[in-house]
Write a protein that binds this ligand. Structure first.
Ligand code: NAI
Length: 709
């Protein structure tokens, strides 16, 4: 079946790309063969004086290369060839004897932008869905079809590096200002405007583009000395951001440099060589797996397909207008545009909650992600009160009151008294078993957990927790709603700590035990950020709140016994009036809300002297092993439905290093047998809490892995 449809308009061949059976256009080998044949035909067709390339998909130009195709490659030379072939195709467009105009509406990403860059003129729609970018580094790759060569030439070195090294997409308006796009038009006329531009170019070649970047651009982008400075600074920025764990941005920098300093021919060779190297490398493999896992989760409703119908949520009620409640309300209004009512014990608290929910919207307005009318419309969806007025019409109520079983049950009973019998009740508890809250409910089949992470508007994960009594319809409704809120949703079992806090607990507790031994705060945190976490465990304790962490620690201790016996560290700090960032006093010092250095008085509070002989390797081994062991154990208990869910939960919920693929993947990669040996050594030295999980030992003995090979 043809992916392209050609029609003639005023001597211009309009090529419509519309890949059959796919929601978006992707570039694959099959598409390439067809496109190249089409180019030859149109080159020889005297009736076609120029070409317009446009998409037949709604709101999407070309989403990029077909990731399935290159993830199936096994050797570096195959991957190199794929990139070289992409380069050839794009070169043919650039060298095409007739003008080629790209008419861009919707996502123009990766290979799609590389193709557009080789066109002779680019028109984009001024629509919010139109974004242009080279996101390859997010998959551990570099643009491999000439993007590293053409983008710097078009928009200048610094702007190009900013896009390529960060995998950042630009909206149409900014793309126009950068010089990436030649013309900006409303979607309704993009096709006509492109045909007109093509005819214009066929009559008269375009004037040369003016170099971008003004005086600074002249010095920094267009002199060898200036560029050297730019390369050096870009490299430093990349290393700071990636800790050296992600090779793609550095490779992209080398490739851009080769092209600019030695010419396009050498640049293209370096580009496909490095692409090939990265595509079969471990980091890209992990990042691509994560991409596939999140894509699969977007289609996974947590129930067998066709077994339950999701309920439509037109009205949301949120009980508890505190930190989490306000975050949930603001995020729901922003992303789902749902009528939302907040309830708290008194009006001042409701007012505070409404204000912080509105701040989420205001932030989008300030960053121009919302227009003023959109902002006004969305804020009008938010309301609140100290009574249950309006709750009778809610389809879903999410509870985020104090972490106290009696209070939560009281709230559930009150809510059940006013809501429709078919409405759903979700609790955002972080530690209380959902079935205990649901116990005594009139409709336990409509009760479940929706565990958000803070801050709700930023954290990408949601754990949805059904109880044995929860109906499939309730579950699928919560999963769908969470997804519409913009979350990646994993369905987890109703076990203490669910998944994320379960594997986080022994890790944070191990950090607290290290502190008890006098291991310096900053050494612990530095060791773990060097391992790839975005923040260290001690800084994380400060963020979570020491009181909150202590409470969770107790719950876990009660559930799992000696293995999770809390260190005394938190208790001592709390007794000293330290709650972490929220009261400006924790393991770290805070000035005007900004974290300063570690607070040295912590050691005397804990009753130790800071050690100078602490060993980073041992810190890493203890902390990582504690988490891996717990992950293996919880996974074997069925807390998550699959290793995929567990790994995604860890990456999105606690920032587990993505390049390591998640804790279960880490165990597989390092071989369960070796993890067992390490744990046994640690158990001998530091105690039973490191005793390897039975499930892990069994994997090792059988030579098995969590994932199929
Ligand atoms: P918070 O203390 O900021 O907010 C709780 C709010 O609930 C307060 O405004 C309080 O006035 C209100 N409230 C208490 N009883 C009420 C009642 N009967 N009716 C109406 N309102 C009532 O607490 P936060 O941090 O927002 O936590 C709320 C829930 O979310 C807890 O269950 C907590 O475990 C959970 N959670 C907290 C996370 C966090 O990082 N803070 C993360 C994930 C879950």
């Amino acid at each position: 079946m043809s992916a392209f449809d050609i029609s003639m308009e005023d001597g211009v061949a309009v090529v419509v790309f519309d890949l059959a059976g796919e929601p978006v256009n992707k570039l694959s080998s099959a598409v390439k063969i067809e496109f190249e044949a089409l180019l030859i035909r149109l080159r020889d067709d005297a009736a076609a004086r120029a070409l317009v390339l446009i998409s037949g998909k709604r709101d999407s130009f070309i989403a990029g290369a077909d990731i399935e195709e290159f993830s199936a490659l096994t050797t570096q030379s195959e991957a190199e060839r794929l990139s070289a072939e992409g380069q050839e195709m794009v070169n043919r467009v650039e060298a095409f004897p007739k003008p080629v105009v790209a008419a861009i509406h919707g996502a123009c990403l990766g290979g799609g932008l590389e193709l557009a860059l080789a066109c002779h003129y680019r028109i984009a729609t001024d629509h919010p869905k139109t974004v242009l970018g080279l996101p390859e580094v997010q998959l551990g790759l570099i643009p491999g079809a000439g993007g590293c060569q053409r983008l710097p030439g078009l928009i200048g070195l610094r702007a190009a590096l900013d896009m390529i090294l960060n995998g950042k997409s630009e909206r149409a308006g900014r793309a126009f200002r950068l010089g990436l796009v030649d013309e900006l038009v409303p979607p309704s006329i993009v096709r006509q405007a492109a045909v007109a531009a093509a005819r214009r170019l066929a009559d008269r070649p375009p004037a040369p583009r003016k170099p971008r970047g003004g005086m600074q651009g002249l010095v920094l982008d267009r002199t060898a000395l200036g560029r050297r400075l730019v390369y050096r600074q870009a490299r430093e920025r990349v290393l700071k951001k990636t800790g050296g764990h992600y090779p793609a941005p550095l490779a992209a920098l080398d490739v851009v440099r080769t092209g600019l300093e030695q010419g396009m021919v050498d640049g293209l060779v370096e580009e496909h060589r490095r692409f090939g190297e990265l595509a079969v490398g471990p980091v890209s493999r992990r990042l691509v797996q994560i991409f596939f896992a999140t894509t699969a989760l977007k289609k996974d409703d947590g129930v067998a397909p066709g077994t339950a119908v999701p309920r439509q949520i037109r009205r949301l009620g949120v009980v508890g207008a505190g930190f989490m409640g306000a975050g949930i309300a603001g995020t729901a209004v922003l992303n789902v545009e749902v009528d939302t009512r907040l309830r708290d014990a008194d009006l001042p608290r409701v007012g505070k909650g409404l204000a912080s929910a509105t701040r989420i919207l205001k932030d989008r307005l300030d960053r121009r992600r919302l227009t003023r009318p959109q902002f006004e419309r969305l804020t009008a969806l938010l309301s609140g009160g100290a009574d249950l007025h309006g709750f009778s019409r809610a389809d879903l109520v999410i509870e985020a009151v104090f972490e106290d079983l009696a209070v939560k049950r009281q709230v559930l009973s009150e809510i059940e008294g006013v809501i429709r019998p078919d409405a759903i009740f979700a609790t955002n508890t972080s530690t209380i078993p959902i079935r205990h809250i649901a116990d005594g409910a009139r409709h336990p089949e409509r009760v479940l957990g929706m565990h958000f992470f803070s801050p709700v508007e930023k954290m990408p994960l949601l754990e949805v927790i059904p109880t044995p009594a929860t109906s499939a319809g309730t579950l699928v409704t919560a999963v769908r709603f969470g997804r519409r809120m913009g979350k990646t949703v994993i369905v987890v079992a109703d076990h203490p700590g669910f998944w994320v806090n379960r594997i986080l607990s022994p890790y944070l507790n191990e950090a607290a035990l290290l502190l008890e031994e006098g291991v310096p705060v900053e050494l612990i945190d530095r060791t773990m950020t060097a391992w790839g976490f975005p923040v260290g465990p001690v800084a994380l304790l400060d963020e979570v709140g020491l009181d909150v962490a202590q409470k969770a620690g107790r719950v876990m201790h009660e559930a799992f016994g000696a293995r999770m016996k809390p260190a005394t560290t938190l208790e001592r700090l709390i007794a000293d009036g330290r709650l972490g960032r929220k009261n400006g006093r924790g393991f770290y010092r805070y000035h005007d809300g900004h974290k300063a250095g570690a607070d040295d008085s912590v050691y005397s509070i804990v009753g130790v002297r800071p050690r100078t002989d602490a060993d980073a390797d041992m810190i890493e081994r203890r902390l990582v092993s504690a988490m891996l062991n717990e992950a293996a154990m919880a996974s074997a208990e069925g807390v998550v439905r699959s290793p995929r869910d567990g790994d995604i939960g860890a990456i999105f919920g606690i920032g587990y290093p993505a390049f390591r693929g998640g804790p279960l993947r880490t165990i597989d990669d390092s071989d369960p047998r070796r993890v067992v040996v390490t744990l046994s050594e640690l158990a001998n030295e530091f105690g039973e809490r490191f005793r390897p999980a039975a499930a892990l030992a069994e994997l090792g003995q059988r030579g098995r892995r969590h994932y199929p090979a």
